[in-house]
Write a protein that binds this ligand. Structure first.
Ligand code: PHE
Length: 447
């Protein structure tokens, strides 16, 4: 890695032994997909923003943040796995590519400009390779707080004021499963400085606001499905379809309590669409707004856009192919994505012995520059060598040799370009380079 890197806007950063961010990841920074007119992520962002009138929208926070912003300001413990170099892209010991938009919570609360705000931005995580995971994706963060002092002398309690605001959120007719109490003393505790009746009101405001978003997205998706059916000359699937199923489940985040996730039923499975909760009072106190109390959420824009448009592969968002881009418009009603023909996949296996000195794959290695082998290293190498041609990488077999104690692993890589058929020759060559780099960079021994 070069000793110094230059990014957009003349920003320069010194690297050190913590640097683990490949150039291919840095090259995503200037793309700003969530701001490209007519890009599906941008349309999805605007659709959600329209459900939060009067909120401030922050869409241009730069992705390079301090370890403090990304983790410490949010109360992540010093040994949290998220801090590992196996999971997070570092430029140097103190500087990372944000792993979530929550990295900007404290700074945005500090501005104390509006009661509600939304942040949309690109986020970066070392992770699996498959059709729903990409090392760069987009999140929207949102928060709404109330100032205790603003109700003083107004003849209304804070809880009453918040309930009045709950009434302003559009009502929906869907059934929401929410079996747990708002507050649970062990699993989902009330914060010391909060009163239960205030938090019941804040939680109601949070849940109603986010249910409204999900209902808006799914009615748009339904409409898109109906339009698609009509165009294909088929009867509309929407009228008698089963109702939308949504449920709240308890969750844990270091920076909210109590916390919840919202799940939506999609193609027979529960799909997690967002995390949320009551903002930790410490965070607000440290941001200079100790009189405020409120909620925050974070959702994945790709996930929502994939549901909205029936986009089958997360790599497509990065496509510059007009066959992809021309299918989306902010002025036309939402239409389902029509995949261009699905090109054949090419599947290859690679088996190897792990280096004897390294710790077991998938184990939690301590944060620090000299970590052992981690599965995410394989994932990243596959992306580095193959770019967006690699669709999926998964462990299909592993065993420990009974005599030598060495560990063997077999990974299956699925190659498929989104826009053309790959030739056997180019795939064999690419796979050979991948195998060679596994040896050179990770020190494995091919079997
Ligand atoms: N930042 C969390 C994540 O990426 C989501 C979240 C945001 C949860 C805000 C609670 C409040 O998973």
């Amino acid at each position: 890695f070069p000793p110094e890197i230059q990014l957009e806007g003349g920003r320069t950063y010194k690297t050190d032994s913590w640097m683990n961010t490949p150039a291919s990841i840095l090259s995503a920074i200037p793309r700003h997909l969530h701001l490209q007119p007519d890009h599906p992520l941008s349309i999805t962002r605007q659709l959600i923003e329209s459900r939060f009138p009067g909120y401030a929208y922050h869409n241009e926070y730069f992705p390079v943040v301090s370890v403090y912003q990304n983790f410490d300001s949010l109360g992540f413990p010093p040994d949290h796995v998220g801090r590992n170099r196996t999971d997070t892209y570092y430029l140097n010991k103190e500087t990372v590519l944000r792993t979530h938009t929550s990295a900007h919570q404290a700074d945005t609360f500090k501005k104390n400009e509006t009661e509600g705000w939304l942040i949309s931005a690109d986020v970066y995580r070392r992770d699996a390779v498959d059709r729903s995971h990409y090392p760069v994706f987009h999140q929207m963060e949102g928060a709404r707080t109330w100032d205790r002092k603003s109700v003083e002398g107004g003849g209304m309690t804070l809880a009453e004021k918040i309930w009045a605001d709950v009434e302003k959120i559009p009502k929906h007719g869907i059934k929401v499963e929410d079996p747990n109490p708002t507050i649970h003393p062990e699993r989902n505790p009330l914060q010391e400085t909060h009163s239960a009746d205030e938090i019941e009101a804040v939680a109601a405001h949070l849940k109603r606001s986010l249910e409204d978003v999900v209902v808006a997205i799914f009615s748009a998706a339904r409409l898109a499905a109906a339009n698609a059916a009509k165009q294909a000359g088929l009867p509309s699937p929407t009228t008698e379809e089963e109702p939308l199923k949504v449920r709240w489940v308890e969750a844990y985040f270091p920076f909210t309590s109590p916390s919840w996730e919202l799940e939506v039923e999609w193609q027979g499975d529960w799909l997690e669409v967002l995390g949320s909760g009551i903002v930790k009072q410490d965070l607000l106190n440290n941001s200079g707004v100790p009189d405020r109390v409120g909620w925050a959420f974070g959702l994945g824009l790709e996930r929502i856009a994939m549901l909205l448009y029936s986009i089958p592969d997360i790599r497509l968002f990065w496509s510059t192919d007009p066959r992809f881009l021309t299918q989306f418009s902010s002025t036309r009603p939402i239409q389902r994505f029509v995949p261009f023909s699905k090109y054949p996949a090419c599947v290859k296996d690679v088996s190897f012995w792990l280096p004897t000195s390294s710790s077991a794959a998938g184990g939690n290695t301590p944060a620090g520059p000299n970590q052992g082998f981690h599965e995410n290293d394989i994932m990243e190498l596959a992306r580095e060598v193959c770019g967006d041609v690699v669709e999926d990488v998964r462990l299909v077999d592993e065993f420990v040799h009974s005599k030598t104690g060495r560990k063997s692993m077999c990974y299956r890589t699925n190659y498929r370009a989104l826009d053309r058929t790959l030739t056997n020759k180019e795939m064999n060559e690419m796979h050979a380079v991948f195998c060679k780099q596994l040896v050179q960079k990770l020190g494995v021994e091919l079997r």
